[in-house]
Design a protein around this ligand. Structure first.
Ligand code: MV4
Length: 494
């Protein structure tokens, strides 16, 4: 008899437990002192407190989590995303404790976690890569030689980095030496590893990623792509599936390349291969994320596959429940991350109490959240409070449905990204699909979010006119001419 401990919190802990329950598998929550009243703790069949609010004293403590699993008789651990999900030592420690890690092997996590070894593995399978190096750069002379070959601007990336951490743009030969030195010392202090490599800088790329699920019997499948170009500070805000710009041919080629990367590291479990795509739809391998991602839901919606169910089955040694040729894209899904952030103030995190919290409902709407009305959003963790996903047969209808759901969503007490999302999906570049990772930088201005619509604008104008009228009739003009008490506004009152 199996039992799954979920080593995570919030919406993803609930998401995993819901599938486990559908499969008849009991669940164990582990939680920090700050999270004791959260829905995921109540939803679980059992719950164990693993320490104080700070992640470093709770959700990042492998030994406490494994002890909680052994104590409750759990047989498997699902790590969710973030925290210990891409920690090779954790995958190994769970396995060494005689438990099942619902995720890839330590071997795969290690190989893909190091960007240089990931590129070397991908290169053997002829996966297209941005011009650059698949070996660490050891000297400034070497960097100059590479730069002469590929040209400026270029990027210096930390091998132990990823997700945008540890990257430096170099615009010309004069900057190279200094940027090399900074990149290496930053990499050393951030990751304990100063290995760096060089790539040609692709200016305004699209970010497209392929969802994979693989079993331990050599079956590899891709659940098509997600377009994730609407990002800020390497935090995604809007994700959709499928991408509005891929052709069936390129989709197939990208899927096959992603599977080649997975084969290169003997991958099993759910994973994502990230690509950059340029205007001509040339695509280049960036990195592989060896976990279930936040945005996995849009892939579930268009394929009908429960990725967590497949993850659990695969971890228990079962084969995938479907074959690649069974999959087809059905409809369109768009996800907006509802974050406790202020889009009017640089998307800085906002904290407070969810004084009002009502989620949208109805056709084609999925809300994966982890809080309830009245709860406080703790400052210790990620500011994402919910994922709002709209599904429809077509992209245009999915956008309209997302807007309807945003209007229905009621959140008071904290600032969120809801209004930003409604603005973003209605812009011409988003509607037409002609946008890239510079979308926010190129098009967004905070003033676009206030006032929120024409009705509000009209109401504000009418109130201003009424006040003006009142004030001007109350204050006779000097000289007392006969016009003084006449209305001067051209606005019709109704
Ligand atoms: C790049 C790039 C341009 N050229 N590599 C950022 C996250 C990490 N996965 C790699 N990233 C990038 N790598 C080359 N050769 C631009 C980015 C990048 C980016 C990539 C995907 C989504 C958003 C991004 C925002 C800024 C930079």
């Amino acid at each position: 008899m199996n039992k799954i401990l979920v080593a995570n919190r919030g919406e993803i802990a609930l998401r995993v437990m819901r599938t486990a329950r559908e499969m008849g598998i009991p669940t164990v929550a582990v939680y920090s002192e700050a999270d004791r009243t959260m829905p995921f703790v109540r939803f679980a069949d059992e719950a164990v407190c693993i320490g104080p609010a700070l992640s470093a004293q709770s959700y990042l403590r492998a030994e406490k989590i494994i002890a909680a699993a052994l104590q409750t008789g759990a047989t498997a651990i699902h790590p969710g995303y973030g925290f210990l999900s891409e920690n090779a030592a954790f995958s190994q420690a769970v396995t060494d404790a005689g438990l099942i890690f619902i995720g890839p092997s330590a071997y795969s996590i290690n190989m893909m976690g190091d960007k240089i070894s990931a590129k070397q593995a991908a290169k053997k399978f002829n996966v297209p890569m941005v011009p650059g190096t698949e070996d660490p750069i050891n000297s400034v002379e070497e960097a100059h030689t590479i730069a002469a070959r590929i040209g400026f601007p270029l990027l210096i990336k930390a091998s132990a980095g990823g997700g945008g951490k540890g990257m430096r743009v170099v615009n010309n030969a004069q900057e190279l030496e200094e940027q090399m030195r900074t990149a290496k010392s930053e990499a050393l202090s951030a990751f304990g590893n100063d290995a760096v490599f060089i790539e040609k800088y692709v200016g305004s790329p699209k970010h497209i990623e392929i969802q994979l699920i693989c079993d331990m019997h050599g079956n590899y499948a891709y659940l098509f792509e997600r377009e994730c170009s609407v990002q800020r500070r390497h935090q995604k805000l809007i994700e959709e599936a499928p991408s509005s710009c891929l052709t069936p041919d390129i989709r197939h080629k990208m899927g096959e390349c992603a599977i080649a990367v997975a084969r290169a590291c003997n991958y099993y479990g759910a994973g994502t291969v990230e690509f950059l795509a340029d205007d001509d739809l040339n695509f280049y391998f960036l990195e592989m994320n060896t976990r279930l991602q936040v945005e996995h839901c849009v892939s579930e919606m268009i394929t009908g596959i429960d990725l967590v169910k497949e993850q659990i089955n695969v971890a228990f040694g079962k084969p995938l429940s479907f074959k690649q040729e069974d999959l087809k894209i059905n409809g369109h899904a768009i996800e907006l991350r509802v974050c406790a952030e202020d889009p009017l103030n640089n998307f800085l995190p906002d904290t407070g109490t969810l004084e009002v919290y009502r989620t949208p409902k109805g056709p084609g709407i999925r809300v994966d959240d982890g809080f309830e009305e009245g709860m406080e959003i703790p400052i210790f963790y990620d500011p994402m409070i919910a994922k709002l996903i709209a599904y429809s047969p077509t992209r245009d209808e999915a956008i309209d449905r997302l807007c309807r759901a945003i209007d229905e969503y009621q959140i008071k007490g904290i600032k969120t990204t809801l209004a930003f999302g409604k603005w973003a999906v209605q812009t011409e570049p988003f509607r037409s699909g002609k946008f890239d990772t510079k979308f926010i930088e190129k098009y967004y201005k905070p003033e676009y979010l206030q006032p929120q619509n024409a009705e509000t604008e009209e109401a504000v104008a009418l109130i201003a006119a009424a006040i003006w009228e009142q004030q001007s009739s109350a204050t006779p003009t000097a000289g007392g001419d006969s016009q003084a008490n006449k209305p001067i506004s051209r606005w019709k009152m109704r």
